[in-house]
Design a protein around this ligand. Structure first.
Ligand SMILES: NC(=O)c1ccc[n+]([C@@H]2O[C@H](COP(=O)([O-])OP(=O)(O)OC[C@H]3O[C@@H](n4cnc5c(N)ncnc54)[C@H](O)[C@@H]3O)[C@@H](O)[C@H]2O)c1
Length: 371
């Protein structure tokens, strides 16, 4: 299947092009609207062969494409990397009329997106996501950011960033051909979140198609990306500057961040989100927002897909609920405010709940196996 999703509003509009060959789609865009001078391809080293093919295709059409690579590591998602990439762009003679093409997952997309938003006060950007998570989430919405190392050595995630829409996002199943299964699952966790937020039929579809997705069947991947990306596009387009509805994309994330703060080394973000979704659904049930059948349906879907539903699935000895509860208060995103949870409501959808009852919050932790 092929599908275009329109995203953003003039003059900040973007097109998400799903199901086309990535190299062809980028080439087509740059022939339709040429860059003034060379174009920079900023790629994850893990996908250098794929990015090299894009560079080769562009060069074959007379487009001067220069390949720069970076390592996809949260510590490399930094102002230092942005500075070093900017120095490479200057050395390649890339001007204000240039274009940055980001080829990678969310780490490269965020770093190269921030580079594009700030290099010479802003140049055009094209995103070619190479993870499922980036296709349905990170590459969409025009937010980019890098991390900052604090004095104690810890990372302040996404502390410096910008809002700037990429003009084009190309989602090509070939880009995830080499993506490890665990990274595929992390992307699927965000797809489940999108299903809960705005597409009831997507949950059912995911349960039926989980195996085809994990096998990277091209048609299934493109259909999933089209549906899951549409949910994020809808939410971001109604709230482009993050004044309200966009916060709903944090469904499951307050619990997930607490889990990650304890086990950053062994648990991946998407895995923590899967567990966080179960906890949030349990709290919602406690507060009468959803029925018990919905909690069970979510667990069944996550298990069917191959995602964890309990801390025991990931760590030998789960933390005490009280410890994890305290970690929720340290979530940097809500410093200075009381606890606010995004909780599902009704058959599909979610809303913000300020200061939820403590027994319900703790029931969330018990439901995912906290000690
Ligand atoms: N800007 C936003 O709105 C937004 C939204 C969500 C997440 N993010 C950011 O996205 C980042 C996470 O992104 P991600 O999950 O895409 O992970 P990632 O970019 O860290 O990639 C995950 C791993 O997969 C590897 N990889 C990527 N593509 C590959 C491929 N095709 N084949 C083989 N290996 C491949 C990478 O090298 C890395 O080791 C975080 O930094 C997060 O803050 C940003």
């Amino acid at each position: 299947m092929r599908k275009d999703l329109a995203h953003g509003r003039p003059p900040n509009e973007s097109v998400i092009r799903i199901g086309l060959d990535a190299a062809d789609a980028v080439r087509h865009a740059l022939l339709a609207r040429p860059a003034g001078g060379p174009v920079a391809i900023v790629a994850d080293q893990a996908v250098v062969a794929f990015a090299g093919r894009i560079a080769h295709t562009l060069q074959g059409s007379g487009i001067d494409a220069r390949l720069c690579t970076m390592v996809a590591d949260e510590r490399a998602k930094s102002l230092d990397t942005v500075g070093s990439l900017a120095a490479q762009l200057l050395a390649h003679g890339i001007t204000r009329a240039g274009v940055v093409v980001a080829v990678g997952g969310g780490i490269v997309g965020d770093t190269a997106g921030f580079l594009a938003a700030t290099y010479m006060r802003g140049v055009r950007c094209i995103q070619v996501p190479t993870t499922l998570l980036a296709m349905v989430d990170a590459a969409i919405g025009g937010k980019s950011a890098v991390n900052v190392v604090l004095r104690d050595g810890s990372l302040a995630k996404n502390a410096v960033g910008a809002f700037a829409m990429p003009e084009l996002i190309v989602c090509d199943a070939q880009a995830i051909a080499t993506l490890p299964p665990r990274e595929m699952l992390c992307g699927l966790a965000e797809c489940v979140k999108h299903a809960l937020l705005a597409d009831a039929g997507l949950a059912e579809w995911l349960a039926a198609n989980a195996m085809s997705i994990m096998a990277k069947d091209t048609t299934a991947v493109h259909e999933l990306v089209a549906r899951a990306a549409a949910v994020k596009v809808g939410i971001v387009d109604r709230d482009p500057t993050e004044q309200g509805e966009r916060a709903l994309l944090n469904l499951g994330h307050t619990y997930a961040h607490a889990i990650e703060s304890r086990h950053d080394d062994r648990i991946k973000h998407g895995e923590a989100v899967a567990i966080g979704l179960v906890a949030a659904m349990t709290v919602a049930n406690r507060l009468g927002r959803v029925g018990v059948a919905q909690v069970e349906a979510l667990r069944a879907l996550l298990e069917r897909v191959g995602l964890p539903t309990s801390l025991q699935d990931l760590v030998p000895v789960p933390d005490p609920a009280a410890t994890l509860r305290r970690c929720m208060d340290h979530d940097k995103k809500r410093a200075g405010r009381g606890l606010v949870l995004v909780l599902p409501e009704g058959d599909v959808g979610a809303g913000l709940v300020e200061a939820p009852p403590e027994d319900a919050v703790m029931a969330g932790w018990s439901s995912v196996g906290a000690a």
